[in-house]
Design a protein around this ligand. Sequence first.
Ligand code: HDE
Length: 711
Amino acid sequence: MESKKTSKKVVTAKDKQLENHTVDYTDKPMTTRQGLKVNDTNNSLKAGPRGATLLEDFLLREKIHNFDHERIPERIVHARGSGAHGYFELYESIEEYSKAGIFTDTSRKTPVFARFSTVAGSKGSTDLARDVRGFAVKFYTDEGTWDLVGNNMPIFFIQDAMKFPDLIHSVKPEPHQEIPQAASAHDTFYDFVSLTPETLHNHIWVMSDRAIPRSLRMMEGFGIHTFRLINKEGKAHFVKFHWKPKLGVHSVTWDEAVKISGADSDFHRRDLWNAIEAGNYPEWELGLQIVPEEDEHKYDFDLLDPTKLIPEEMVPVKIVGKMVLNQNPENFFAETEQVAFMPGSIVPGIDFTNDPLLQGRLFSYRDTQLSRLGSHNFHQIPINKPVGEARNNQRDGHMQTEIPKGRTAYFPNSISAGCPYLSTVAEGGFESYQERIDAKKIRTRSASFNDHYSQPALFYRSLSNWEKEHVMSAYSFELGKCEFKHIKERMLYLIGQIDTDLADKVAANLGMKVPSTIQEPVNQAIGADANVEEQQPSKKKIYLDKSPKLSQANTNFDLIETRQIAVLVADGFHMKDFKTMADALKQKGAVIKLIAPHGGSVTCDEGMEHKVDAAIMTTESVLFDALFIPGGKKSVDALVSKFIKFINETYKHCKAIAVTNEGKQVLDKSEIEDFENDAALFINGTPDDFIGAIAKHRNWDRREKAEKIPA
Ligand code: HDE
């Protein structure tokens, strides 16, 4: 991972462009919006000190008028998000597949802006909702802007854009009472899901740990749809896009998610911001799954069906480059809020397929910007501007900020010598891929889209035991929050189609039985005249026993960079113990936080003062990855009474714990019983042991004992 210490910050063409739009008020007098210097912004103009305010007060009117209009509509989905700038660089040219500059020119550092988001919640909702995460990247390429607007899960809930409003209406707060916020655990969502079995695959991912990431920097990203890459000869290959995080894919437990939502609902936003400010720039590698056009029908699933992934064991992911996020936005609203992603923004060398979900998205994103940003000139907002100039005859409208020269705004023209002029394909003009089409116009769903059970079952089979347990608990929690028995029954039936053992366990938690059949056809997501029998989900197939790449148990476990280590200290803590451990952790890039019974500072046994990062009353164990308690009798005595919950919880969430010397006495007072046989609990252990356990993220072998801890 690059860091400020080892690398110079890369300044991209987009950085320079944004600088021209950035305003800095340092050492400057306040003015009105018209540039008039202001001498009082605290008192309105009145008829006498206690008299009525005068209509004449243009200063009051301007200030209040602006305030009245500060808000814009939040995104209908993905309202809650956090963004950052950075760049993308290519490792080696893949010109045999794509002619895009971004995929052929290894000397470029293409500027990017990435925005990560939850889907269902409002702008101010918690970061830790159980939800899909958006993973949208805007590449400001020399040939125009390319937006790869993906998610942190490789598949989607529905197969056709026509169903998107239904899906979103079902998961959003119920319309009569606007409850619940940022949560799928309610009846309308499960009513829809249980009647629409194509949702099952994405849904089981949402029940998995993927839906509660430890950090936005520790999740994968996926373009989901099958796209096309086009080379210079016009030859196409199908492609699926993957983002692989350097730090691996890691999650928190549901119990932590619930508590983090209370302790710091900006947890992910803060984590991304802090990492970048500290120079720990997050990185993802871009990978491609490439399928020759000739192989389109070779698979047991349809490549155009967005509810299906291509297992990496069938088509490996070819890593082609990396994205580094190295700069926080200057202003949240101007950049993160106003950024407008559109899957329709592509560049020569990349093209669409007929995936019916993708096709619908091509319309929606441009359209929604109008109600969000208020003008079709939204591409002129600095964050949305391409790095090259945008030049055409599209004119006027609200908030035109450019002054196009000349007397023509049409094409063809002779008055302006045909400018702006067209480019041939050889000159970089965009040409759509010439796909051969020979079909009847028809409103239906392809029968090749009918397999809704095989891939959720593959996903579940591929998980480790601890992941499976989390999935089972998530289903139980979510369905336990539903009121309608018939909805829960339908869901149990469908879960049973994925895995009978899973369904039985969830049913037991609900105090119900898995029905052997259900009355109504489970697929209402078809037309009134459709052949219901033909369109029922097809039987589960097993074309791959397991796909190990789908399990987080097989992610990277070798880094502890940016991991947050809570060190519990009070006056008199043992400096030598502390320094040995802290130096080793810092050397590996971990972040040390001193947590004390009070704020201010504490004095170690060598008489030095140390600034406290957080007092116990302002923090919680769930905000940290691991815990260290150095020795020092006086310190430990002061900790014992105040930190028991912190320690119990750290243990309960299966995190690494190290104590040295008298530090053990704090553990003795906790609910932890078995110190000896725990691979992530160290009494006077070496820093290397502790570091190894932190890198493993969690000691899931502890989970049975951990569950008994009352925290
Ligand atoms: Fe989106 N989606 N979506 N979506 N989506 C939006 O566009 C939509 C879908 C995704 O950080 C909206 O600017 C339709 C799949 C992300 O600004 C809207 C359909 C995937 C973001 C919209 C889908 C996504 C959005 C709302 C079904 C993963 C946040 C605000 C046809 C591949 C981008 C906006 C950001 C945002 C529509 C399905 C990802 C309304 C109609 C599949 C990451 O246009």
